[in-house]
Design a protein. Structure first.
Length: 186
């Protein structure tokens, strides 16, 4: 699950380590998640340590079960934190992209992929059956999905993800697949 809307997600500003609260609409999206997930049982629930993910998890009804997972922190955007792609392109040129450009003062995309691999391993550790819920952020979840199906971390650029959305990763027999992606409530 991606967290509900924040002021920065609404404006398109890159948000990683800045601990921004949900907007009123973001809380409503979390309530929609709660209604959508009503009755679903999870063997494990992990959340990013950032309040926007933790509050979304709580409103959705899984706060008491949730374990904070540092690996679900959003990509550290370095100097692009709080800036939009348009602002970064004004500084670095029209081809600047978080996916393909150097992240000055931040985290390389492959490092985020390694963190995603660790989250996947911890989610599956000891899991005989059941479902695992992850409450986190757009880019880490996109990268996690890419890594789940065997793509490099940059493959996350191929998956759009709106706020307050649900995606499902699973298996088709022994093959890892994306069962559903970006189910939003707007």
């Amino acid at each position: 699950m991606r967290h509900g809307e924040t002021e920065w997600s609404l404006s398109g500003a890159h948000t990683s380590r800045t601990d921004i609260a949900l907007t009123e609409h973001g809380c409503k999206l979390a309530e929609e998640l709660r209604d959508h997930l009503k009755g679903v049982q999870f063997a494990k629930v992990f959340t990013s340590p950032m309040q926007r993910a933790k509050i979304t998890c709580e409103i959705a009804g899984f706060g008491a079960q949730a374990v904070v997972e540092p690996g679900l922190m959003e990509w550290d955007y370095g100097e692009s934190e709080g800036k939009t792609t348009k602002e970064m392109r004004a500084k670095y040129g029209p081809d600047w992209s978080v996916w393909t450009s150097e992240i000055v003062g931040g985290e390389p995309v492959d490092h985020v992929g390694e963190r995603a691999d660790g989250v996947i391993a911890r989610a599956l550790d000891g899991l005989e059956s059941g479902k695992v819920a992850l409450f986190a952020h757009a880019h880490i979840l996109r990268i996690l999905a890419a890594r789940w199906i065997g793509l490099e971390a940059r493959g996350g650029r191929l998956f759009g993800l709106t706020t307050g959305s649900v995606s499902v990763l699973g298996w088709e027999r022994e093959t890892r697949v994306i069962s559903r992606w970006n189910r939003s409530f707007e």
